[in-house]
Design a protein around this ligand. Structure first.
Ligand code: SF4
Length: 365
């Protein structure tokens, strides 16, 4: 979309002074094709500086993905498989406990766990996992589950999603993952993940989670077969929820990794977002989500060089060390399983910004 330089500059200046972007304005920004994209990124960077300062934050965390066996067949997923598949795995509680103990000995402050929707899991299966982690890593924050897993556990157990959330919280879960959001537009979800919960179900479970005292992240997965308007519909839902609950800790744009996914192989999805789109998604997230302090860039999805560009386009957080990563790598990501804080320091100090270790709740270590 072609913008007039002066009109765009005025709009961006207004946003930096507190003006709330409208749906159409945000859509126009995401469609920018020319060098004015850099003006948008620069405004987002100024707003980042104003809202959360120069620190580039990160968390020392470890992933534990308990199983890749899943009853769903999401078209963007290269991770899941069925029982009996050569790739299928399922960690025992003993193995999960060992991994949690190793994570604690490494000094991680957060353990993240999500899994495939295992055909035999119910609420008690998830509770056993969280209790095992809690037992072996008593001081580590557990960032676990997501609205899809909560809905699945509720359905398999015959109870409400609120009961599941309260049980998870009481078993030691500290925050919920805001994944399974993908794009919160049902006609896109029908194409990319027809077996997943609907937009309304995702919204209801996230609000219930915040109401139960479980804060969460918020995510978007973009660059497959959604439009710019779909992306802004999603951002609008996230902004409205945050207005109501203030329960999101950060927003995490997740760029679609295409090579190993069914929707790409079938020609339904394009080969991921371009660099311009990645930059603008981060920048517009910063500009549109005026009720978020933290915008995270995903090194797993973008790689270190593009992540640094994200830090210059409105992002302030690098996410975590992870140690284990199987979801994006199964879809074809080449970024590896672990990001060394020394590499984080290299790119942040190159920008003249300090690297600061944080906890899940963004308090500093
Ligand atoms: S995205 Fe999650 S729910 Fe969907 S197929 Fe993959 S593991 Fe299963």
């Amino acid at each position: 979309m072609a913008h007039d330089f002066h009109e765009l500059k005025t709009l961006l200046d207004d946003v930096c002074e507190g003006y709330r972007l409208t749906f159409d304005e945000a859509t126009g920004l995401l469609k920018t094709k020319d060098k004015l994209s850099f003006l948008i990124a620069a405004a987002a960077d100024s707003l980042r500086e104003k809202r959360c300062g120069d620190a580039v934050t990160w968390v020392k965390n470890q992933n534990i993905n308990c199983s890749n066996i899943c009853v769903n067949n999401c078209g963007f997923c290269g991770f899941s498989c069925k029982s009996g598949d050569l790739r299928a795995y399922e960690l025992t509680l003993n193995e999960i406990g060992k991994k949690a103990g190793l994570a604690a000995s490494r000094g991680v402050t957060e353990i993240c766990t999500v899994s495939g929707l295992h055909p035999e899991y119910d609420m008690n299966s998830y509770l056993s996992v969280y209790r095992t982690i809690r037992e072996h890593a008593p001081d580590v924050h557990i960032h676990a589950s997501n609205p899809m897993e909560v809905a699945y556990a509720a359905r398999r157990t015959g109870c409400s999603s609120r009961e599941v959330l309260e049980a998870f919280r009481d078993a030691g879960v500290g925050t919920l993952c805001g994944t399974a959001a993908e794009i919160l537009v049902d006609n896109v979800r029908d194409i990319i993940c027809p077996g997943k919960i609907s937009t309304d179900e995702w919204i209801n479970i996230i609000k219930e989670s915040h109401d139960c005292g479980l804060r969460s992240t918020a995510t978007i997965m973009y660059g497959h077969c959604e439009s710019a308007r779909d992306q802004v519909k999603h951002l609008s839902i996230i902004r409205e929820i945050q207005d109501e609950t203030n329960g999101f800790t950060e927003f995490v744009p997740l760029s679609f990794i295409h090579p190993g996914t069914p929707i790409y192989k079938k020609g339904i999805a394009r080969p991921g977002a371009t660099g311009r789109e990645d930059m603008l998604m981060i920048a517009v997230s910063r500009l549109f989500l005026d009720n978020f302090a933290n915008i995270q860039v995903s090194w797993v999805k973008l790689g270190l060089k593009m992540v640094q560009m994200g830090l210059m386009s409105g992002a302030n957080d690098l996410g975590g060390t992870l140690y284990e990563e199987s979801i994006s790598s199964s879809a074809g990501a080449k970024t590896g399983e672990y990001l060394d804080p020394a590499d984080m320091r290299y790119i942040s100090e190159d920008l003249g910004r300090p690297l600061v270790e944080r906890r899940t709740d963004y308090s500093m270590v």
